[in-house]
Design a protein around this ligand. Structure first.
Ligand SMILES: [Zn+2]
Length: 95
């Protein structure tokens, strides 16, 4: 907890400077601590995303593609219904 203003006022000048610095340090520590969960979830998301990218995309017929966009020509040729469904779901504005 930071020092109360009334406490600071009663302090000698150098002690007051030091007490104010302690208060700032505690405030910075508190704000940094609040960032930990955000960094935690970002890292977890990033790790999962890397795994997903390494795994690639599997078509129902078993062929592996590095990305969904690489699978699109195959879908268009071999599974036109799936391709149309994906296109429809992906961009509703386009007709
Ligand atoms: Zn296929």
């Amino acid at each position: 907890m930071p020092y109360r203003k009334s406490t600071l006022r009663r302090m000698t000048p150098e002690a007051r400077k030091l007490a104010k610095l302690v208060g700032e340090l505690q405030s910075v520590a508190r704000r940094l601590k609040a960032l930990v969960p955000a960094v935690q979830s970002f890292e977890m998301w990033e790790r999962a995303d890397k795994k997903r990218q390494a795994r690639g995309v599997f078509c129902n017929c078993g062929i592996r593609f590095a990305t969904l966009s690489e699978a699109l020509p195959h879908l268009q040729e071999k599974h036109p219904e799936t391709y149309e469904a994906l296109k429809g779901g992906g961009d509703a504005k386009e007709t």
